[in-house]
Ligand binder design. Structure first.
Ligand SMILES: Cc1cc2nc3c(=O)[nH]c(=O)nc-3n(C[C@H](O)[C@H](O)[C@H](O)COP(=O)(O)OP(=O)(O)OC[C@H]3O[C@@H](n4cnc5c(N)ncnc54)[C@H](O)[C@@H]3O)c2cc1C
Length: 438
């Protein structure tokens, strides 16, 4: 069956109109590629992007990841200028709160501070006395390792007090789905087309080259370049292309809950609330709109991870069990908080790679590219993922062997150079926290 008259001719098909697909479409359109974004959902960013805590931070385990986050943060803070358009729905806002990272053996402070020194990310080391003075509502006890809240050991006395560092330039984006919409508007103005309620069910190939995609309607969309930006459905899309599932780096969907609580005094956006990464107790929390804070987990070893085989089948409601664990951990750190009885929040999926570092790369099939494995920590990097993928696609289509001779990208604002081989599907596993912290 040939393409429907309603499906425009295109130079690139992007499967997925989340924050990643929208960013890639924007950059490719600017470079004259004529992208077509296909998404089975109702609108841009309606998948896992809409559930994102949208924290913009810089603490990662590897230099290239820190550089990527640092450059992207500068793009968020000048969002309208980066996009060059006005969206009638409004523009997503970067809210600068700062991020406090508490010391823990899971995230030794000195290792990341060394990376900050190398990359040029400002931070302030805080002693226990500094923390008492600036954040009097925080309980500064050391409780490591994190324990199940039903375990009596959870309530044992602390064994010392914490130190921390503060990244004053960290913050969050107030509406992640709106950010995707902003990108869609910019991409459309540059020549991209978006089709929603449009599901890809097959990837066509001839010999070792992709030739297009097949839709659930049976229609074929012919195209020499296809990008898998399907978020938690990434492994399903890779399977459609017949890509080997036994690679060293694979992707899997992981269910996660984010809970909403009333913010105690000192932790609302208006009274200078700071975001906190608390690997000592196994959580993170940040101020949110409406006088609330949101909290999620950082995969402490004592918690069972809920891997999902079919990204279309999972419970998207918060559960009493996870609510109790996450809110009790926050309440231990913030004793003034009031915890409502009824769970309030969301559940959604991360697309987790084998080492919690994303794959931004070509695939084993010529013409098929991958922007996947975002591991619950890549919303922040979306502004740079468009340029990164466009550089990889342009180089590979011109015949460069990106596997043997990886492309590098110069960060225009911060001046750092990122080696994109870091995000290769063929890399040795990176030494990371093996958690959402990357
Ligand atoms: C609960 C939660 C909290 C998070 N918090 C943070 C955070 O604080 N900071 C941070 O940096 N990152 C965070 N992340 C991660 C970040 O949100 C994701 O990395 C990012 O949103 C992924 O975007 P995406 O475009 O790859 O995926 P998605 O937004 O899921 O988009 C993929 C799209 O592909 C479409 N699709 C899938 N299969 C098909 C198909 N066969 N045909 C057509 N369309 C298809 C889907 O409908 C979907 O719209 C969080 C994620 C979650 C779930």
């Amino acid at each position: 069956m040939s393409s429907s008259a309603q499906i425009p001719a295109c130079g690139v098909v992007i499967i997925g109109g989340g924050i990643m697909g929208c960013s890639i479409a924007f950059e490719l359109a600017r470079r004259g590629y004529v992208p077509l974004v296909l998404d089975k959902g109702p609108g841009p960013g309606a998948g896992s992007t809409s559930a994102s805590s949208a924290i913009i931070r810089f603490n990662y385990s590897t230099p290239d990841s820190v550089k990527l986050a640092w450059e992207s943060a500068h793009m968020w803070s000048r969002w309208a200028e980066v996009l060059g358009v006005t969206d009638d729905l409004g523009m997503a806002r970067f809210v600068r709160t700062g991020l406090l990272v508490l010391d823990s053996p899971a995230t030794p402070l000195r290792k990341v501070q060394q990376l900050f020194d190398d990359v040029g990310v400002p931070y302030e080391a805080l002693s226990t006395a500094d923390l008492h003075e600036r954040y009097p509502s925080l309980d500064l006890g050391r409780y490591y390792p994190p324990k199940p809240v039903a375990d009596d050991a959870f309530w044992e006395d602390n064994h010392g007090e914490l130190i921390a560092y503060l990244n004053p330039d960290a913050g969050f984006v107030d509406d992640p789905a709106l950010a995707a919409h902003n990108l869609m508007v910019a991409a459309t103005a540059a020549g991209a087309t978006f089709l929603f309620h449009t599901e890809v069910v097959g990837i066509n190939r001839f010999d070792a080259r992709v030739t297009g995609v097949r839709l659930s309607t049976g229609e074929l969309v012919a195209c020499p370049i296809v990008v898998n930006a399907a978020g938690p459905h990434s492994s399903k899309v890779n399977a459609m292309a017949g890509l080997a599932a036994d690679r060293r780096i694979t992707t899997r969907a992981l269910r996660q809950e984010v809970d909403v609580l009333p913010a105690p005094q000192g932790f609302t956006i208006d009274d200078g609330g700071v975001m906190v990464t608390d690997s000592d107790l196994g959580t993170y929390f940040r101020p949110h709109l409406g006088g609330t804070i949101i909290t999620g987990g950082v995969e402490p070893e004592c918690d069972t991870l809920e891997w999902i085989d079919d990204a279309d089948q999972f419970n998207d409601m918060p559960t009493a069990e996870v609510w109790e664990a996450q809110t009790t951990r926050v309440a231990r750190r913030l004793p003034d908080i009031g915890v409502p009885v009824r769970p309030t929040g969301i559940a959604a999926l991360y697309d987790v790679s084998s080492d919690w570092v994303p794959i931004y790369d070509r695939s084993d099939l010529d013409g098929l590219y991958l922007a996947i494995g975002t591991s619950g920590n890549q919303f922040k990097n979306a502004p740079m993922v468009g340029p990164i993928m466009a550089d990889i696609i342009t180089a590979c289509e011109a015949g460069r062997d990106h596997d043997a001779d990886p492309v590098s990208v110069m960060c225009p604002i911060t001046g750092n150079v990122i080696n994109l081989g870091h995000f290769s599907r063929t890399r040795p596993l990176h030494n990371t926290t093996n958690s959402v912290l990357g």
